[in-house]
Design a protein around this ligand. Sequence first.
Ligand code: PHE
Length: 340
Amino acid sequence: MQSQLTKILQEAKEQLIKASSMPEIEEIRVKMLGKKSQLTEILRSMGTLAPEERKELGQSANHVRAEIEKMLEEKFSGMKGTLREAKFKLERVDVTEPGVQEALGAKHPITITINEISKVFMSMGYSVAEGPEIETVFNNFDALNAPANHPSRDYSDTFYVTESTLLRTHTSPVQARTLLSEEPPIKIISPGRCFRRDTPDATHSPMFHQVEGILVDEGVTMADLKGTLDYFAKQIFAPNVKTKFRPHYFPFTEPSAEMDVSCFKCGGTGCRVCKGSGWIEILGCGMVHPNVLQVGDIDVEKYTGFAFGMGVERIAMLKYGVDDIRLFYENDMRFINQFK
Ligand code: PHE
């Protein structure tokens, strides 16, 4: 029995040296000290021995048991240390490692252009107003002096929501709203989305953006309009561009004009951008029609005003050399990322 005990201790030692995981150690513990282990059996059989033998063997067996328990404990704490170290290694943070660059979003070219236009007018003291994209027929047409038979009212040109509401076809209804809600001096611009029943092609989109402007005060003349828009063109395109005002017709302004700028690409000699003419059409404008002022309850004997409206896509296309309006809405990252 004594030699059996020595063997047990030896076996425990060998097995524990080889063990390399917590479950293995536990297995060894069960095998060597468990209820069905050889050692337990020996301890159980003590009662059958003669008293002397029992004393000696009992001591030996208990000693073996204590030894194995000690070895298990040592192996166990050793393993715990190893595991902790391995965990530390795994979770180690290399503070010198360069970070992962997050992909940053960027402003859309239309937003950039609206911001640039707004900045120029804000520097002249204009505030920014907004109007809804679903408008009343009244604000979009009637209040703006549009004749009842004006072709732009047609179902084929305009998206009607109901009989009396529509997707605004221009930002000019904000003129009507502002005249109704404010007293002169009035000096606002209003950027926003507009909608027209156009088939998309390189220069048309059923949804596009405009920036509207209106100024009403005492003694405002066409010269103020020209000076303001000439300054705007020089700021937004180039300091040396020239402007030209061609007579035009809008129901809500009288007189009305379209403003052209001298081609900032070729300087006026003629190129692809200006289609050989040396001039590029930029916006519509005019002196606010007295009928429009009257809808807003403005004293037309005392006040006059001017208004203008420009297409944002058109200006962005000219500024950035974009030749297809649809590129603005397709969200192709290769296009969008060029404006970062
Ligand atoms: N609303 C006109 C358009 O969409 C532009 C414009 C605005 C003209 C203000 C004159 C005054 O074409």
